[in-house]
Design a protein around this ligand. Structure first.
Ligand code: FAD
Length: 426
């Protein structure tokens, strides 16, 4: 039960970030009054690839929610194909001692389940209530929610890529060069020889780069499939070739079919932006009792487009910092709260900063047909490298400088062995 002086925390957004944050806050601060609002009524869809990797599984396990995931499809392997038809496969669930298993969880079901978990944890959940703005008031924030004002000690902005909380905090939106746009659809995908239903597939195809495509399997030969591209590249493709995102999606499907995949029943085509972690969007703002998490803070993995893990992990980190503030007898106002928020932001950058940077570097590499081919070949030749890349895509793996050197040596060696004519194409 929240007491009269209990801290009042508002979580804006009931996606995976907001819901997991509410659960973590209720666990770390049992005396706090946690309110979660979402403008949508659930179940609601969110345009997504629906892939959850081992990192996300670990967070949900830590929140006591792992059992609720058992209903979902669990692919065991990850495949990456690059230019020249090279394919690297990580066969899980365990490879090189690393757990690679993940889930494909349609967001219509996953988000509903996580919102129920937030409600079960004791958070007060209001669906169909929109955040409309906020101003600093005393030592907190005065917030307008669907036309009504209410005061909170802390506002958590987990309201996604187009965040209104971010705007109200005066934090600039991530630049377009660090924002991708993606189109996903549902359909049936099979292949006479490849185990589609067991594998999370990423394609970096020579003819489409820097577009990447994915096929994430669902039961009964179903799949979530789609393409992603940096927004500024899409603008260039449209200006130069008159190509829309839907055209690129159709080209990807044609390419899958050329490689023997059978794609049918494509439906529920939808588009959404992905703000990437390379943007280093601030999560806090001076003088504000507010913090941004998940897509609102642009924490999507620049290589894989995975964002659910990082949003939920940030929510748990935030709750731990606020729990420590409470246990130390700190105040929910002024410098104490500001210290806890900046401490959280620093801890998040310490844990994920190198991973985000390396994923960004790898994503830049995969935009070049030459380097995408070299890197895929090097990774295909080494189980250690492939397990590593799978965990860069779906977990918080980073190589460090020694690991990067090792990978670079592996990548360059086959190039040096090629005769000059093959390297230069002459
Ligand atoms: C095509 C595509 C494929 C992707 N594939 C994957 C993948 O396979 N795996 C993965 O991990 N990530 C993937 N991502 C990224 C992933 O979808 C996001 O990172 C994730 O949804 C972020 O969760 P969130 O809770 O921060 O935001 P969201 O899921 O966007 O939730 C935000 C919530 O805030 C609510 N909201 C917004 N404005 C207001 C307001 N004013 N008032 C009240 N409520 C509001 C919304 O209704 C929504 O429910 C993909 C993204 C795209 C676009």
């Amino acid at each position: 039960m929240a007491g009269i002086d209990a801290p009042r925390i508002l979580v804006v957004g009931g996606g995976p970030t907001g819901a997991a944050t509410a659960v973590a806050l209720r666990r770390e601060l049992p005396g706090a009054h946690v309110t979660l609002v979402d403008k949508a009524t659930f179940p609601r869809d969110k345009t997504c690839g629906d892939g959850l990797g081992p990192g996300a599984r670990r967070v949900l396990d830590g929140l006591g929610l792992a059992e609720r995931l058992e209903q979902f499809h669990m692919p065991m392997s990850v495949a990456i194909s690059g230019p020249g038809g090279v394919e690297a496969v990580a066969r899980g669930p365990i490879m090189e001692g690393r757990d690679l298993a993940g889930y494909v969880t349609p967001r219509l079901a996953l988000d509903d389940l996580l919102l129920s978990a937030a409600r079960d944890s004791g958070a007060e959940v209001h669906e169909g209530v929109a955040f409309e703005g906020m101003t600093p008031a005393g030592d907190g924030e005065l917030v307008t929610l669907s036309g009504r004002e209410a005061a909170f000690d802390l506002v958590v902005g987990a309201d996604g890529a187009y965040s209104g909380v971010r705007r109200a905090m005066g934090v600039p939106r991530p630049p377009m060069r660090h924002t991708h746009i993606a189109m996903r659809a549902y359909g049936k995908v099979t292949h006479p020889d490849k185990p589609v239903s067991d594998t999370l597939r990423f394609d970096f195809l020579e003819t489409l780069l820097p577009v990447y495509g994915w096929v994430f399997p669902l039961p009964d030969d179903g799949a979530n499939l789609g393409v992603g591209i940096p927004v500024d590249h899409l603008k260039r493709q449209t200006a130069r070739h008159g190509r829309s995102l839907r055209d690129l999606f159709d080209l990807y499907v044609e390419d899958l079919e050329r490689r023997g995949f059978v794609v049918s029943g494509v439906e529920r085509v939808a588009t959404h932006q992905l703000p990437h972690a390379a943007a280093r969007t601030p999560m806090t703002a001076p003088g504000r009792s507010a913090v941004l998490l998940g897509d609102a803070a642009a924490t999507i993995n620049p290589l894989s487009g995975e964002g659910i893990f990082y949003g939920m992990a940030a929510g748990v980190q935030l709750a731990e910092h606020l729990g420590a503030l409470e246990r130390a007898g700190g105040s929910w106002q002024g410098v104490d709260l500001a210290g806890a928020l900046t401490g959280f932001e620093r801890a998040h950058r310490r844990r994920f900063g190198r991973h985000y940077r390396e994923c960004y570097l790898a994503q830049q590499l995969m935009r070049s047909p030459l380097w995408a081919g070299v890197a895929t070949r090097a990774v295909a030749a080494s189980d250690t490298a492939m397990a590593h890349v799978a965990l860069m895509l779906f977990d918080e793996q980073s190589a460090g400088s020694r690991g990067l050197l090792h990978l670079a040596r592996r990548s360059v060696r086959p190039l040096l062995r090629l005769p000059w004519a093959a390297r230069t194409g002459r």
